[in-house]
Design a protein around this ligand. Structure first.
Ligand SMILES: O=C(O)c1cc(=O)[nH]c(=O)n1[C@@H]1O[C@H](COP(=O)(O)O)[C@@H](O)[C@H]1O
Length: 274
């Protein structure tokens, strides 16, 4: 099964366009987890177990694991997801970009070491820097197009040949790079107008859409701008708002239950506008 087939099946099985981001920040962990020998694994496993029936994908952000010297725990988590929730795709968020020979190693890291279904990739160095990921025919390459951060406009919004650079990226990927139907684009929920533009350019290509939750993107505007005619086509990511949801102590919630509540609310809100 390819990445896109797996993602499509997860949209249906969980009736969800919600991607749960795994950005483990040990300072924000509950005290009982901080002192465990494998705190990053334990924390993320708790979130995964609490949200696996609500998510269309899990997206570990590699920097959070690497900064804590916890790549082994990321590997174990990816194994755990594949064994326990084999229908949920793993998107490794690494935003790689380098010359072809180096990209081959990054692709092996993402797809062999971590067994990810897809990886985020930076298009700035052009096609030969992306091609090694595309050699993995059953995996996905999710290419940065219109990122959610304010500084994304510095380059992505510059005009070249009469249109903004992010639209060139969308056109290039749709027309030339996606020959095997394995590409996706990153478009921030914080820019719904540009999200709509990208949707017009790329047809039904799946989009990774971060920026709701902690970054304040509007869910209704995001869904209206980015959904396909089938009411799917997006992995709408939320990380911190779910991971570090405040437990309702009166209701006896722990951190995982609070994460589940916020994930369920987010999934349901997205579905209201599909
Ligand atoms: O590729 C990404 O996932 C990404 C692209 C982008 O344009 N903006 C963006 O926030 N992200 C990632 O999405 C996640 C957003 O986290 P929250 O803001 O906590 O929901 C982080 O892991 C970011 O690295």
């Amino acid at each position: 099964m390819t990445f896109i087939e797996k993602l499509s099946a997860a949209w249906t099985a969980n009736n969800s366009l919600l991607c749960v981001g795994l950005d483990p920040d040990i300072a924000k962990f509950p005290a009982a987890i901080k002192t465990r020998p494998d705190p990053v694994y334990a924390f993320c496993k708790g979130i995964i177990d609490a949200t696996a029936d609500l998510a269309c994908a899990f997206k570990p952000q590699i920097a959070y694991f690497a900064a804590l010297r916890a790549e082994d725990q990321l590997e174990a988590l990816c194994d755990y997801v594949r064994e326990t929730y084999p229908r949920i795709p793993i998107v490794l968020d690494a935003k790689r970009g380098d010359i072809g020979a180096t990209a081959e190693q990054y692709a092996r890291e993402a797809f062999e070491r971590y067994g990810a279904d897809a990886v985020t990739v930076n298009p700035y160095m052009g096609f030969d820097s992306v091609a090694p990921y595309l050699e993995w025919k059953d995996r996905g390459a999710i290419i940065l197009c219109r990122t959610s951060n304010p500084g994304g406009s510095d380059l992505q919004f510059l005009t070249a040949d009469g249109k903004p650079v992010y639209q060139h990226v969308a056109q290039l990927v749709a027309d030339k790079w996606n020959t095997n139907g394995q590409c996706s684009l990153v478009v921030g929920a914080t820019f719904p107008d540009e999200l709509a533009q990208v949707r017009r350019i790329v047809g039904d290509m799946p989009l990774l859409v971060p920026g709701i939750g902690a970054q304040g993107g509007d869910v209704q505007a995001t869904v209206n701008a980015g959904r396909t005619s089938a009411g799917t086509g997006m992995m709408i990511n939320s990380s911190r708002a779910i991971l570090y949801a405040k437990p309702d102590q009166a209701a006896g919630e722990d951190h995982a239950k609070a994460a589940r509540r916020v994930a369920a609310d987010t999934r349901n809100e997205i579905n209201r506008f599909r």
